[in-house]
Design a protein around this ligand. Structure first.
Ligand SMILES: [Zn+2]
Length: 326
């Protein structure tokens, strides 16, 4: 071997080693670039797909409202305690930057004309199509009983306040009306004409002024705070909307709290169903066997956990409605 060949051979070796280093660097760089795209894409995907809305519902915060509302005492229509509750609800909504409307009307009842007020919190969305989430904030007028309705009247109020907070804190595709009905309870004896005053008035009003056609759905909550929650499948409710609710409950792993059988219930969704607005009543009737409409409907019968389960199922249902409106 001569020196020239040796130089070439050394050169070859060094070229080879540079080439393999370059290849290594190229592959390494490529791996880094691909890695960066994958990781970056994952983060970007996570950023662009919002945290599921239902996670934001805080049962403890809702329970605080339930406790505060029950402290006002019995809250039948036109009572000072209901006026205090109305102010509380309105201020809470306003604190969250929500526009508040008071729908005042006079109800013709078996005990005379009574002034009533539905409260409507408006959370605007990208589309004018409206989803109503509703409940009642009055309590039954029961003679000789200090009925504070922690569950019956209190739980719906508390759940709606927390729901409004969550909705107000995000960008919504649909417009939401969070509605607190007055006069759900009978003033004397439950009948078609002595009950559901607030919802009957509102449905009639919206039908008359042409706004009813904007309502895409109504989701009603009633008696949703019981510690041993057992939501039933209300059989008058619109089938597809009810299916969305129960599917959401199953997906969230809450099916054991949504297995209260199938029964028909007349409630604040009835006036909307009659006018062909898709509506569902999320209700637990187990308190009927124990403390329903007695002075034992107190805060200790309710739990933050139950409010959270139902609140999250409602939000997961709204999420489904939003997705299907794309
Ligand atoms: Zn009741």
């Amino acid at each position: 071997m001569n020196q020239a060949m040796e130089v070439t051979s050394t050169l070859d070796r060094s070229v080879r080693s540079i080439t393999s280093l370059w290849k290594f660097r190229t592959w390494h760089g490529l791996i880094l670039v691909v890695g960066a795209i994958v990781v970056g894409g994952w983060f970007a995907w996570h950023r662009s797909s919002p945290v599921p809305m239902w996670r934001s519902f805080d049962g403890a915060r809702a329970f605080e409202d339930l406790r505060n509302v029950a402290k006002f005492g019995p809250r039948p229509p036109s009572s000072a305690a209901l006026e205090e509750t109305r102010q509380y609800i309105s201020m809470r909504l306003a604190d969250d930057g929500i526009e508040v409307w008071h729908d005042n009307f006079t109800a013709d009842t078996p005990v005379g004309n009574i002034a009533m007020t539905n409260i409507i919190g408006i959370v605007p969305g990208e589309r004018p199509s409206v989803v109503v989430v509703a409940g009642h904030y009055d309590t039954a007028r029961l003679e000789g009983i200090r009925f504070v309705g922690a569950n019956d009247g209190g739980s719906s109020t508390a759940l709606l306040l927390e729901l409004a907070r969550v909705l107000a804190g995000r960008k919504n595709r649909l417009t939401y009306w969070v509605v607190f009905f007055d006069g759900e309870e009978a003033l004397q004896q439950w009948s078609e004409t002595d009950s559901l005053y607030g919802s009957r008035h509102m449905a009639e009003q919206l039908a008359a002024d042409g706004r009813l056609k904007n309502l895409r759905a109504l989701i009603l909550v009633d008696m949703v705070g019981d510690r041993r929650l057992d939501i039933l499948r209300e059989s008058n409710s619109t089938a597809w909307l009810s299916a969305l609710v129960f599917t959401s409950a199953r997906e969230l792993g809450y099916q054991s709290s949504f297995s209260g059988g199938t029964y028909p219930v007349e409630d604040d969704h009835t006036a909307f169903l009659k006018r062909e607005v898709p509506a569902v009543d999320i209700i637990d009737l187990t308190p009927f066997h124990s403390y329903h409409h007695t002075e034992a409907d107190t805060v200790d019968k309710c739990s933050a956990h139950s409010l959270q389960l139902v609140g999250r199922v409602v939000l997961a249902t709204l999420d489904k409605l939003e997705r299907s409106s794309q």
